[in-house]
Design a protein around this ligand. Sequence first.
Ligand SMILES: *Cc1c(COP(=O)(O)O)cnc(C)c1O
Length: 368
Amino acid sequence: MILPDRVRERAERLTEALPAYVYDLAALDRHAAAVRRALGDTELYYAVKANPDPALLRTLAPYADGFEVSSIGEVRHLRSVLPDARLALGGPGKTDAELALDVHRVHVESPGELRRLIGMDAPADVLLRVNLAVPVEGASLAMGGGATPFGMDPAGVRECLGLLPASTRVRLRGVHAHLASGLRAPELLGLAETVLAFARELAAGEVDVGGGMAVSYHEPERLFDWETYGRGLARLRAPGETLRVEPGRALTAYCGWYLTRVIDVKRVHGEVFAVVTGGTHHLRTPAAKGHDQPLAVLPTGRAGTGTTGEPVTVVGQLCTPKDVFAREIPLSVNVGDIVAFGLAGAYAWTISHHDFLMHPRPGFHYLT
Ligand SMILES: *Cc1c(COP(=O)(O)O)cnc(C)c1O
């Protein structure tokens, strides 16, 4: 993939200090500004689990109406980084300690959870998380559309509506849905329309239609169509309604780069392997999702020590056949080259098994 000049320059300066993550905060700022513009009156919450790095959170803050958090740890983290930020607390399996946190919105996942919340007799503004029986074909992950542990089917929602009158302190504000991830704008708009129709039956004024905007690891230059999505949501919104989205991946994936260096190029039973410093214990994304992580090679190594244009499998330093970044991709690569993996700004470092094999941790660098 195309490596921006400023990331390339930093990579060359870091040659002896790899592996490392580089976050291009200026690029994130531009991207978030464009998303914000495209969304118009639709509220934007950032799903913190995609990447909770404080520098990224601070970069996003001017464009975000709030942050979607899913644990007591994320709440404490946000409180320390952005003390005034609005927080919406979601996630299945909230403990009593989590339900007792003072947040802007609680996304209720089940009637049992609502009963515990009402039993605490503390003020809470809630959205009911719905899981509607809608088709979610084409999604890379499905959190809804059928039996999953996320949210409630219409029967669960009806049960909640029966519980709510027992409390004056727990107030129903609206409906929340996060049904699938990896969808394009037209499919997400279709889901939003269904969720909105359901919410209107409940006379719920606030509707959070979730995240899940597609990021293509196969065609990294192909971005989610925020313009179409924003216009579509504006058309769907009725006067007086608040619409909200909570993307994670499609906001921060693009600003992150994981930089490594080739240690060895070898041929085994006819196939070529490039072994790089680091591995999927730093960037688990390709192993977790089963894709080839997009990459760029900087020819900083020694000519003649590798291969030219053959299919190469790029692997890390871990002693497991699962430590693979990309399989049999045509590549020219030599020992000492820098390999820069793109789309490493979301679901990357924090979903990785850092301590497996006890290799050193990468450095973290920020381009401002
Ligand atoms: C993970 C998650 C998101 C963000 O999903 P992306 O695919 O990263 O946009 C939003 N809402 C909820 C409830 C989530 O669990």
